[in-house]
Each structure stands twice: as structure tokens, then as C-alpha cells.
Design a binder for this molecule. Structure first.
Ligand code: A2P
Length: 314
């Protein structure tokens, strides 16, 4: 069994899950994805992490149903598309129907911005173009998610959470939240530890799941000299070291892999020494090895977060 973390709802989330984002083109949709997921389930994965935006909830649900593993052993996460913030009820009903697995373990607000469908279909999805349609604030969207969780879809949504929320976003959200998010899912890896955000979430009782825990495509993590040295000492790979570090610092991870060997490697984690943990913690202090934007920077990049000014978002 894969070790797990306990959420503020009391439910357990496996420390390693399978990220189902198949890339921009939605490559691997349909049977290819179903068969990759069946392999993942066979080798021991129980957390499947999808989203409306990934356009593959049907395939994820199909894999769960076809696996022969009881539904209760799975932890399935999906996310509300940014374009759906005006009608979260319609969105959750759509996810429940596409997944068709009775209930959803964790439902996340995908981004703190509530972009409209027009925004999403334009090249400036995260740009400045239209100031006309501001849509709801993320606090208002959260209140609707709370109502779905507590009232209208009670039992169909076992936990609610957020994704890509910066410390400032979180602070604003918690001013009005009645339900503390169970999870904040953020991009995190040794080149982007976002330790302050991880610490803040911990203080608030919010579990952090790291997406792209290997740093996405062509990641420099695979050839990092410090990770390589630690990997060598344990006769494993840098990827394995990076994931072990993430879980050991208290975050769950959702690396994507369609390769059985790598799937296995990613759920068989190591115990790192304190010195090794510190060495990995120090990597991103080297500006050359701190390559990606953290969520605060992403959120500033969007130039507007609906309903909030940049000043308010900090
Ligand atoms: P593959 O599916 O061929 O294993 P992300 O960081 O967005 O989750 O992306 C993970 C990327 O890293 C995928 O391209 C995946 O390719 C690759 N990958 C997953 N696990 C490993 C691993 N253990 N070693 C090397 N590459 C990996």
C-alpha cells in the first residue's frame, strides 16, 4: 500500500497519485489513457488526479470501473474549470456524470481566477483583453462550492479544495470561507519548493499536493548534480529522489507517467537523511536552479484576478 496523508475531513489521500494531464493536445485521450490508467492501478496507484480542463474525466471513470478494484479504495480528484465559475452546480453535475463513479473524493477550484469561456478560448486566456466581464470573486465561487459540499451534493463530493492559490489568495479566501479547503494543489518540485506557501497551508490545516513534481517537460531536475549525487548513493534516479523529498516534507505528489517502469519507480519512495533533505531544500536558493514561476508570480502574470485588483492580491 502507498502511504497516505490525512486531510482535515478525516479522509486519507495517497502520498503518490497519478496526474492525468495529457498535455495541450489532449494526447492519449480515449483507450490509450484508459489502458495507461489500468496499468497504474495494477501497479498500486489509487489516487487519480483529473480535471474538467483535461477533458478526460470519462476515461478516468472508465478505468476506475474497469479495474475491478472497489470504488472505496480509490481517491479521485477533479477540478472545476476556470470558465465554469458562474455555474458551479452545472459543473459538478457534469463532472459526476462524466466520471460516473458515484462520488468525487476531492473537488478543486482549478485557479483562483474565474475566467470566462470567452477568455479561455482566446489566446489571451490569462491576459488583459476583456475587462467587461469580471465574473464572481473566488470567495463567491468558494461559497457556492461550500453549498454543494455541505448541502446540495452532500456525500457526492467528499472534500473541497483549491489549486494554484498563492499565500495572498489564501488569506483573502479564508476571510470569508466557512469550510477550510482540504487541499491546495500547486506546482512544486526541488526547483520550486514554495516552502512559505507549504508552511502556511500546513498552519491552516490545508494539505498540499504537488503537481508537476518532476518539473514538467525537459526538466533540469533529471540532471541536477545534487539530486544525481543523492540518487547515486541510493542506487536510484533523480526523479525518485525528488518525489521522496516532496513526500518527506509533507506534500503528496501527482507525477504523470505512462510508462510502467517509471510508474513503479514513482511509488517506491526512499527515506532521505536530514542532510540529504537539507541539500535538496537548498537547491532553489541557487538562482540558476530556480527556473519556474511560483503561484504568486503566475497570479500576478494574469494581470487581473476576477473581482480582485492586483493590489489586493499583493
Ligand atoms: P513518461 O510518461 O514517459 O514517464 P509532470 O511533471 O507534468 O507530471 O510530467 C512528468 C513527465 O516526466 C512526463 O513526461 C513523464 O514521462 C516523465 N516521468 C515520469 N516519471 C518519471 C521518472 N521516474 N523518471 C523520468 N521521467 C519521468
Amino acid at each position: 500500500d502507498i502511504p497516505s496523508f490525512t486531510l482535515n475531513t478525516g479522509a486519507k489521500i495517497p502520498s503518490v497519485g497519478m496526474g492525468c494531464w495529457q498535455g495541450q493536445q489532449g494526447a492519449g485521450r480515449d483507450n490509450e489513457l484508459v489502458s495507461a490508467l489500468l496499468t497504474a492501478i495494477k501497479v498500486g496507484y489509487r489516487h487519480l488526479d483529473t480535471a474538467q480542463f483535461y477533458a478526460n474525466e470519462e476515461e478516468v471513470g472508465q478505468a476506475v470501473r474497469e479495474s475491478g478494484v472497489p470504488r472505496s479504495e480509490f481517491f479521485v480528484t477533479t477540478k472545476m474549470a476556470p470558465a465554469a465559475v458562474k455555474d458551479p452546480v452545472k459543473e459538478i453535475e457534469s463532472s459526476l456524470s462524466k466520471l460516473n463513479i458515484d462520488y468525487i473524493d476531492l473537488w478543486l477550484m482549478h485557479w483562483p481566477q474565474g475566467l470566462t469561456s470567452t477568455d479561455m478560448s482566446s489566446a489571451q486566456a490569462f491576459g488583459l483583453e476583456s475587462q467587461k466581464d469580471l465574473g464572481p470573486t473566488f470567495n463567491e465561487t468558494w461559497a457556492k462550492m461550500e453549498d454543494i459540499f455541505l448541502n446540495t451534493h452532500r456525500g457526492k463530493v467528499k472534500a473541497i479544495g483549491i489549486s494554484n492559490f498563492s499565500p495572498k489568495n489564501l488569506e483573502i479566501l479564508l476571510r470569508t470561507a466557512k469550510v477550510v479547503p482540504a487541499v491546495n494543489q500547486i506546482e512544486a518540485h526541488p526547483y520550486l519548493p514554495d516552502q512559505e506557501l507549504v508552511d502556511l497551508c500546513k498552519e491552516k490545516g490545508i494539505h498540499v499536493t504537488a503537481y508537476s513534481p518532476l518539473g514538467q517537460y525537459n526538466s533540469p531536475i533529471h540532471t541536477d548534480k545534487d539530486l544525481e549525487q543523492i540518487a547515486k548513493a541510493h542506487d536510484t534516479t533523480t526523479a525518485n529522489v525528488a518525489l521522496s523529498w516532496a513526500v518527506q516534507r509533507g506534500t503528496s505528489v501527482a507525477p504523470k507517467s505512462t510508462n510502467e517502469k517509471r510508474m513503479k519507480q514513482n511509488i517506491t519512495l526512499l527515506k532521505l537523511s536530514d542532510a540529504e533533505m537539507e541539500k535538496i531544500d537548498a537547491i532553489s536558493k541557487d538562482p540558476k536552479r530556480s527556473t519556474r514561476l511560483n503561484v504568486s508570480a503566475y497570479n500576478k502574470q494574469t494581470k487581473r484576478a476576477i473581482g480582485w485588483t492586483l493590489e489586493e492580491l499583493g
